[in-house]
Structure formats: structure tokens, C-alpha cells
Design a protein. Structure first.
Ligand SMILES: *[C@@H]1O[C@H](CO)[C@@H](O)[C@H](O)[C@H]1NC(C)=O
Ligand SMILES: *[C@@H]1O[C@H](CO)[C@@H](O)[C@H](O)[C@H]1NC(C)=O
Ligand SMILES: *[C@@H]1O[C@H](CO)[C@@H](O)[C@H](O)[C@H]1NC(C)=O
Ligand SMILES: *[C@@H]1O[C@H](CO)[C@@H](O)[C@H](O)[C@H]1NC(C)=O
Ligand SMILES: *[C@@H]1O[C@H](CO)[C@@H](O)[C@H](O)[C@H]1NC(C)=O
Ligand SMILES: *[C@@H]1O[C@H](CO)[C@@H](O)[C@H](O)[C@H]1NC(C)=O
Ligand SMILES: *[C@@H]1O[C@H](CO)[C@@H](O)[C@H](O)[C@H]1NC(C)=O
Length: 368
């Protein structure tokens, strides 16, 4: 029987068949698979399906933009060549903290899935970083040492990413699982709304999930940054430096500052059912992040923090901060901050709580 002869089969078989499918072959013999990947995305950019089911060695920038209603089945491996001299200048510049990316993908209604892997081939970058000891912001993006992000999804709406692995990222990872040696953020969310991250296991070396500012193309002094309406639920963090944290740069007076000086707010953020195991700073609000104390004192952060709730944050601290398990220090008064059901034990002694400039310590019950 022809598969389209019943209604059920029609929806199933013909629906799938109707999609233009672009399966990317692997060139092999040391050739660059980048051009074929870019071409497939271009050909299948409208209501298409791009299938990446092989091993691909990518030596040129992946710029897959203008996608509309596209399925991306990544069941193979996309591995970037470990070529610092080549990738540093050719990776795509992202403005935010001068970061760059190997692959910039954008469009509307995109579904990325397939259980495949994006391999940043990071070891060569980690080694170079370790030997140069270059510690500038976001991995010292320069034309000679850019440390690209494996995949960046930007300027997009309605994108679902699931079941993908990213390994060995030279820098932050925008969707990640398991990175080795020396890597950075797990999820970075920037200028986005209505993002849901579920069922994510992150093993890394910097932020696990980082909500970066919304700001448009520049995050320099004078800009407005907002992080609002966020719920973080049912998270367990083990052996980490920080647990539930809000960090804000100080109020740098330098008009070219890329680390503070803007205005904005953090509002309506809730952490609920948050388990910490051996974490240095289980609950932290810091408005003097990466800023000298004297600079903060002279130029306090002008970004306001309000309506932040820590509900049922429980577990153990590492003892690195001795008995302090909660440290909430606002530059100007933070309003409506609450912590309820907090039960965090330091390795020895009884838990201590530090709160400064919180509108009413009455509201932060842990601070009593
Ligand atoms: C970003 O790049 C510009 C131009 O190269 C440089 O002046 C600035 O210091 C860099 N910023 C960071 C945070 O690396
Ligand atoms: C993303 O959007 C920004 C702002 O509209 C624009 O400047 C930039 O060129 C876009 N990037 C890409 C790759 O489309
Ligand atoms: C979470 O991911 C695991 C491993 O990939 C998978 O087996 C499981 O079905 C996922 N759970 C949900 C709720 O998506
Ligand atoms: C961030 O978003 C807010 C609200 O939409 C907007 O007012 C602000 O201009 C944005 N920031 C920048 C730098 O564009
Ligand atoms: C606070 O944020 C949550 C999402 O985390 C949202 O559902 C809720 O409507 C927000 N509350 C207000 C007052 O905007
Ligand atoms: C919390 O996460 C754990 C492990 O990921 C899962 O088994 C559990 O069902 C989740 N609980 C809720 C209430 O979502
Ligand atoms: C917090 O924990 C308490 C005690 O286990 C529980 O009754 C309550 O439902 C939890 N609250 C939330 C919002 O999950």
C-alpha cells in the first residue's frame, strides 16, 4: 500500500517527505567540510531539514543565517580544526565581551536535535592560554587568540535545542554537556526571553548557567541591562564555587568600560529547590564583581536588584568561607529579597549569614 493512502500515514510519511532535506556528505582526505555545511543550510533554509550525520572536520566559519522553519538533525560530529592562527581572525565577532564563535546560527522556528556532538577541539586553546597566562575578559578575544564559542544561536526566535553534546569548548558554551580540562560557561543566555533549559547536566569550569545582559550591541558604560522574570528550579550543584548567585560589576566611571558602569535592574528572580553539595558560596548577591573594593566604594553599581527569592536552598557548603553560607551584599538598597527554607550546613560550626544594604533584613529571614 502506498504510505499516503491513509490519513494517518499521510500526516506521518508525506509530512516528512515534503521537507526539502539537505544531507551533508563528509569530504574526507583532510578537506574542509565547512563550505558544504554552509551550502546545505542555504539550500534548505526555508522549511528544510539539514542532516549532519557524519564526522565533519570544519576549518572555515559556519554562518547559517536566515533560517525559517528548519530542522537540524545533528547526529554526527562537527569538529573544528585546532588551528589558533586561522580561527582567531576568522571566527565570528559577537561584541559581548569581545567573544567570537565558530558557528553563528540564526532564524525563526528552528529545531536542533539528534544526539550529535560539537567538538571545539579545545586542548590546543587551553594549552596556549595556560602558557600565555592571558586572563583578559571572556578569554582575551583578539585577532591572534580569540577562543571561539562552539555554537552561538542569535537574532532568533522560537528555537528548540535538545539532545546535543558540546565538548572541549575553547571558551563559553552556549548549550553544553560535559567539557573537559579547562572550559567555561555551560549555558549562556544573552538578550533573550522565554528561554527554558531543562534536563541539563553540566560538568565544567565556569558558570553553569549564566544569564548575561539583554543589552543590544554593546554592553559598555551607560547602557541599560536587564535580567528579569527568571525562575531557576530543581537544580543541584556539586563541588562548585558559587550556587545561587547574582553578580553585577561595580559602577566603573570609565566610558569605555566593558566591565561595569551601566544602569539597569535585576528583578523578579526566584531560585527554588536548589541543592548545594560542597559549594563555596551557596547563596551570593555581589554588586562588586571583578571590581576593586575601593572603586566600588567610590563608584557603586547603579544597577538595582529587587524581588529576589531563594526558596528551599539546602545542602552543604565547602567551608572555604568558613561558616558563611549566605552572602547578600547590595550596593544600594536591595528591596524585597527573601530566603525561606534555607538549610545549608558548613562543614563545622553553625551557619552564618551576611547581609548588607538589604531593604529590610526582616525580609531576609536567614539574616536574623
Ligand atoms: C575588546 O576589543 C577592543 C578592540 O580590540 C579592545 O580595545 C578592548 O580592550 C577589548 N575588550 C576586552 C574586554 O577584551
Ligand atoms: C544580528 O542582529 C544585529 C542587530 O540587529 C545585527 O547587527 C547583526 O548583523 C545580526 N547578525 C547576524 C549574523 O545576522
Ligand atoms: C533527559 O536526558 C536523558 C539523557 O539524555 C534522557 O534519557 C531523558 O529521557 C531526558 N528526560 C527528559 C524529561 O527529557
Ligand atoms: C534591554 O532591554 C530593555 C527593555 O526592553 C531596553 O529598554 C534596553 O534598551 C535594552 N538594553 C539595551 C542596551 O538595548
Ligand atoms: C516573575 O517571573 C515569572 C517567571 O519566572 C513570571 O511567571 C511572573 O509573571 C513574573 N512576575 C511578575 C510580577 O512579572
Ligand atoms: C528534579 O530533578 C530530578 C533530577 O533531574 C528529577 O528526577 C525530578 O523529577 C525533578 N523534580 C521535579 C519536581 O521536577
Ligand atoms: C519548600 O520545602 C518545604 C519543605 O520540604 C515544602 O513543604 C515546600 O513545598 C517547598 N516549597 C516550594 C516552593 O517548593
Amino acid at each position: 500500500m502506498h504510505p499516503c493512502s491513509t490519513l494517518v500515514a499521510l500526516a506521518f510519511a508525506c509530512g516528512a517527505a515534503a521537507r526539502l532535506t539537505c544531507t551533508v556528505p563528509h569530504v574526507g582526505a583532510g578537506h574542509d567540510d565547512g563550505p558544504a555545511i554552509n551550502a546545505a543550510f542555504q539550500r534548505c533554509a526555508k522549511s528544510g531539514r539539514v542532516v549532519l550525520d557524519q564526522y565533519y572536520s570544519v576549518d572555515s566559519l559556519l554562518l547559517t543565517t536566515g533560517l525559517d522553519d528548519v530542522e537540524v538533525e545533528l547526529s554526527g560530529t562537527v569538529q573544528y580544526t585546532p588551528d589558533i592562527a586561522k580561527w582567531s581572525p576568522q571566527s565570528y565577532y559577537l561584541t559581548y565581551q569581545n567573544s567570537t564563535t565558530f558557528w553563528f546560527l540564526s532564524g525563526n522556528n528552528i529545531h536542533i536535535y539528534g544526539g550529535g556532538t560539537i567538538d571545539g577541539n579545545g586542548q590546543v586553546w587551553y594549552d596556549a592560554l595556560a602558557s600565555s597566562n592571558n586572563k583578559a575578559t571572556a578569554g582575551a578575544s583578539t585577532l591572534s587568540f580569540a577562543r571561539p564559542i562552539p555554537l552561538t544561536i542569535g537574532n532568533s526566535t522560537n528555537v528548540v535545542v535538545e539532545n546535543l553534546f558540546q565538548i572541549a569548548s575553547p571558551n563559553w558554551v552556549s548549550i553544553t554537556l560535559s567539557s573537559l580540562s579547562y572550559t567555561h560557561d555551560g549555558w549562556d543566555i544573552y538578550r533573550s526571553s522565554q528561554v527554558t533549559i531543562t534536563n541539563s547536566t553540566i560538568n565544567n569550569d565556569d558558570d553553569c548557567v549564566s544569564l548575561k545582559p539583554n543589552s543590544t550591541d554593546v554592553v559598555y558604560a551607560g547602557d541599560t541591562d536587564i535580567v528579569a522574570d527568571v525562575t531557576v528550579r530543581n537544580v543541584t550543584m556539586r563541588d562548585a564555587q558559587n550556587g545561587a548567585r547574582i553578580k553585577v560589576f561595580g559602577g566603573s566611571p570609565d566610558p569605555d568600560s566593558t566591565a561595569g558602569g551601566g544602569v539597569g535592574f535585576v528583578r523578579n528572580v526566584t531560585f527554588v529547590d536548589f541543592t548545594v553539595v560542597n559549594v563555596d558560596n551557596p547563596i551570593v548577591v555581589d554588586q562588586c564583581y571583578m571590581t576593586a573594593a575601593a572603586t566600588c566604594a567610590e563608584f557603586p553599581s547603579t544597577l538595582t536588584i529587587s524581588d529576589v527569592h531563594f526558596i528551599n536552598v539546602t545542602g552543604t557548603s565547602s567551608g572555604k568561607e568558613k561558616q558563611v553560607v549566605v552572602d547578600i551584599e547590595c550596593s544600594a538598597e536591595c528591596a524585597d529579597i527573601t530566603a525561606t527554607g534555607t538549610d545549608i550546613q558548613p562543614p563545622s560550626g553553625s551557619a552564618e549569614y551576611v547581609c548588607a544594604n538589604v531593604a529590610s533584613t526582616d525580609e531576609v529571614r536567614v539574616c536574623f
